[in-house]
Design a protein around this ligand. Sequence first.
Ligand SMILES: Nc1nc2c(ncn2[C@@H]2O[C@H](COP(=O)(O)OP(=O)(O)OP(=O)(O)O)[C@@H](O)[C@H]2O)c(=O)[nH]1
Length: 778
Amino acid sequence: MQTANSHSAVTQGDLELLDALTSMPSSFPHQPSYASSSSSSSSSATKTRPLSTLNALRRPPIDPMVLAASLSSGPHVTRHHFHHSFGSHAHTTKSQQMPASQRKAAVAAAAAADASKANAPASSSAGDSSRSGQTRPRRQSGASGSYANCDYDDFEDSVTSRNAASSSSSIKIEPVPEVTDEERAYYASRQAPRSVRLQQQQQLEQKRAQANSPVQRTSASLQTLKEQAAVQATGIRASDEPAQPELLAQPGNQAAKTVLVPPSAPANKIAQALDERKAAVAAATVAPTHIPLTPAAETLPSMPAQVGTPLGKPGISSIVRPPPVRVRCYARTRVPTPHGEIFCHLYKNTHDTKEHLAIVIDPYQNDETSTQMGADGRPVKESDPVYQQQALRSRSLDEVWGPEETDMERIVRGAYVGRLGPSFQVASRPLPRHSQQQVHQHHHDQDPLAPLVRIHSECFTGETIGSQRCDCGEQLDEAIRLISEAYDTSKNRTHSSDSHQPKLGRGVIVYLRQEGRGIGLLDKLMAYNLQDMGHDTVSANILLGHLPDARKYDIASAILRDLGVDECRLLTNNPEKMEALEAEGVRVTERVGMVPRVWKFGKRLRRKKRSGKKKDKIPSGRTNLRSTSKKTPSLLRQISFGGMDSSVISQAGTNESDSELDPTTAGLRHQGEDILNEADTFDSDGDHHHNDDDEVDDSDSDSGDSYIDHVLRRSGTTMVGASITKGPELEKYLRTKVERMGHLLTVPDEQAKEEDEEERPVSQPNSDDEQLSHQHLP
Ligand SMILES: Nc1nc2c(ncn2[C@@H]2O[C@H](COP(=O)(O)OP(=O)(O)OP(=O)(O)O)[C@@H](O)[C@H]2O)c(=O)[nH]1
């Protein structure tokens, strides 16, 4: 007799599950007779649990990694549990998991079981009969949610119902609706087992070696090469399942969107496709300028389909290299932000269908001189050598897209010079350095610093809803702020120019639409649930069948090159980003650390506050702003009264008493918890507009202060323009990046934090201690 809780004792099914988890998932046979034999003592084959859903695993086999991650760092969640009964088919309430062949086998075996049951004496209890006599709505399994009960199986349910129906013929029972083939999704494996692929690769290499030998080379015909390509392509498409193109077309079926060549395509067609790809590679290599110039011409026939496998591998092959990515800027516009004005560029590319962005900060393009016209009827700025050499302008945007294109069309898509206005509308011309195809040379006598660049990956949760599971919103804001920051060239150690003029900050944020480190928003959200179950950001990714980081940076490099950035200073802690950019031909001259604000400024703010208190000789304890007559440090007072309080307090919470508290403290408290401790409240004399710097030790004013300055002057109400955020989950995320992903950050030691000298990492070389944040590459 089976107990009510099937997990209370180790059953045969459990043992088989364990066995299954430590072997190849695809080898599981579907055992449809399990349901009808759970209480019998028949052969072990008929007792086997219906593990058919394992065959529908959509992830590559990485069970050893999954098990290792699961055992070492979290609760007993395995990939099997995760995928069992999982389905995101919002359009239907039917399970869509089993492959067609297995479903046929299941139906046949169930029919056999029915027949044998009908012959046997009715064994079910009266209670069973009456229960089954009620018309039970069909349970939603796969579609009912991501984490359906692991013990539930559609097939088991339907077979049990049918058995019950046949054993109580006196009661009219609504038949359980059959799930038709059309209602189920088709799972198409896009890759053969590793052993097969290795074998095929070996064969291919042997053939290549033969073909390369002098004798063979002369005799090897084009036809032979085509055959090789066909073998290779067929191998890539290898699948245990026969092709079912009609199922691929069903809604919700990812495979439908991603399959490049139908599996039933004859080998010569595949070879033809490969030939076309090779031709595209050749064309791109030989004549990179021959990109179609209009959006219509450029839409995708020549673009290879990018297949989003869980490991982020291209779908066609890991052997055939995709052609180099080509990018085109389709639109550019000016956007005012709390940090100043930026130019937002929208890019399309030949590798995916996403709209990646480049945020260009280059105030020189947009200043008041930009609208001065010369005698030649063109803006004076256009002939300025500094502009010509350094303006961060998109080559593809400034190109004329065809003989038909009018100046007004060009202006509307953003190809204009200077600051666009009702009375100033001048279409741009390609910069000489772009049209001459010359490699951009860095001129140290004109600008000591390469542009500051950040490669930022989209994060809906962090940037839009202020999630504290990561620091992405803050990083985006901080990147815009740091790049916009003006700097004093006289303090630059690498530059001996006589120019002591402050330089305007310039640089680019390439905003890549690779959400969740490349795994997509859906899987990132699921990763968060795994994190709530005890995993960290790395092991959660692994459990979902992903790499810890599945991002790529080839598109980012192409965008940078399009903007004329061949070398840059990179804002990152991630060594992989530096390597990736270098590999794509963008030189990283310097790494500038992205220190989390809470690590960078938290202590400093506290110290500032303490020093303010000391000077004001205020007795300990919290003092209401309105009730004190003491002075407060100027910066902090400005934070209170410089327009900051309303916007940030409104983010800080709905507790009415918040607004009664010191607005300085409220101003430093954000979506999560107080950045400052209870005892950290600042005191103020309530003189909102009095600027008494004499009383404050601001002599150590530096980039840290510039951040505070930013907070008090320009804080907005969205993530861009917001302030410091802090919380335990953010802390865990930051530490995971350092401890498990090799990010180049120093985790602040709590003890040392109190005693250490102030850290003042900055983006631009203004401060004397800039070495703290700048790591020069050899
Ligand atoms: N898979 C996954 N992705 C996450 C998680 N939290 C944030 N992300 C994504 O991670 C990306 C940011 O990557 P990070 O590793 O934090 O930072 P980075 O940009 O590589 O590194 P830096 O350049 O040093 O800032 C964004 O796309 C986020 O959506 C998570 O828990 N799991």
